[in-house]
Design a protein around this ligand. Structure first.
Ligand SMILES: C[S@@+](CC[C@H](N)C(=O)[O-])C[C@H]1O[C@@H](n2cnc3c(N)ncnc32)[C@H](O)[C@@H]1O
Length: 278
């Protein structure tokens, strides 16, 4: 029978060396190349890990600093990791400081297998669904914020088109605040997207600075595929032509455009607003 405080006792010795092979492997996941090769990523913080657990994810590795992770929630997370068959390491404060992010460091982090979804088949798309397609998004902070907003409005998922930043980077995962575990993600090149787009059972709505239709004037009848352009160049001509409709968010000032994540959030709330209740 396990004692309630048993998680606080080292499962092995407390790891104090950065040369420990697991610590080295977790640190290597800061590199995109290593994330691509291994298909793994890191998520930090107890509340984010609770979201992962609640969405049925299972960690491969759990690291925590025992003196800082003493709460009931930490105990439950260690138990979840154990039941998942994860490797569990107790680490010193100095080791955790090297492995965890410098901003807002957490006392617990875990490694997971990435989950890439296929693009939805027409029969999988619900009548009131909205999916978001992002062309060549560059900024992981924007991507994490969009994942979080897509979760908030109950979007079906996000499609990354072309060469994009990595949703499983530390910055994107952090900005998603746990929604990385909730929102299906798919990726495809531009030609693949243009051919899949023919199968979309509803309207394809692009946001464009040259559009003449106010995004608030449209009656969005689902399912809607919302297409957003890249931070720098905006929507390419090929994707612009692939849209059934182009909309613009009015702006009063002399600015060129809104931030991509802000524009996505405004449009998603316009589309999904009628379906959301407090
Ligand atoms: C930072 S903007 C790109 C600006 C780029 N210079 C351009 O000409 O499109 C990134 C994306 O956000 C969306 N966006 C930003 N502001 C918008 C607005 N006022 N109306 C419609 N879409 C907007 C568009 O999808 C755009 O491609």
């Amino acid at each position: 029978m396990m004692r309630p405080d048993q998680h606080r006792r080292p499962l092995h010795r407390v790891i104090t060396s950065l040369q420990n092979p697991t610590i080295k492997a977790v640190r290597a996941l800061e590199m995109r190349k290593v994330r691509r090769e291994t298909g793994l990523f890191v998520a930090e913080g107890a509340s984010v890990l609770v979201t992962a657990r609640d969405h049925g994810w299972r960690p491969k590795t759990l690291l925590y600093q025992p003196e800082a992770a003493e709460g009931e929630i930490h105990r439950q997370l260690v138990q979840w990791a154990r039941q998942s068959g994860a490797e569990i390491l107790e680490v010193s404060e100095a080791v955790l400081a090297k492995v965890a992010s410098k901003e807002n460091p957490q006392c617990m982090l875990a490694v997971f297998q990435q989950a890439w979804h296929t693009l939805p088949e027409p029969r999988e798309v619900k009548p009131d669904a909205v999916w978001v397609a992002l062309e060549e998004i560059r900024d992981p902070g924007n991507l994490g914020t969009i994942i979080r907003t897509a979760d908030a409005v109950g979007a079906g998922g996000i499609i990354l088109i072309g060469t994009s930043c990595d949703p499983y980077s530390r910055e994107a995962v952090r900005a998603s605040m746990g929604s990385i575990f909730a929102v299906p993600l798919a990726k495809i090149d531009r030609d693949g997207f243009l051919s899949w787009r023919q199968t979309w059972p509803g309207e394809v709505v692009g946001t464009h600075l040259a559009a003449t239709e106010d995004f608030r004037a449209v009656s969005y009848r689902g399912p809607t595929l919302l297409v957003m352009g890249s931070e720098g160049p905006g929507l390419s001509d090929a994707l612009t032509r692939a849209c059934d409709r182009l909309v613009k968010i009015p702006m009063a000032g002399k600015l060129d455009s809104l931030n991509l994540a802000v524009a996505t959030a405004l449009t998603l709330y316009q589309i999904r607003g009628p379906h959301l209740k407090l």
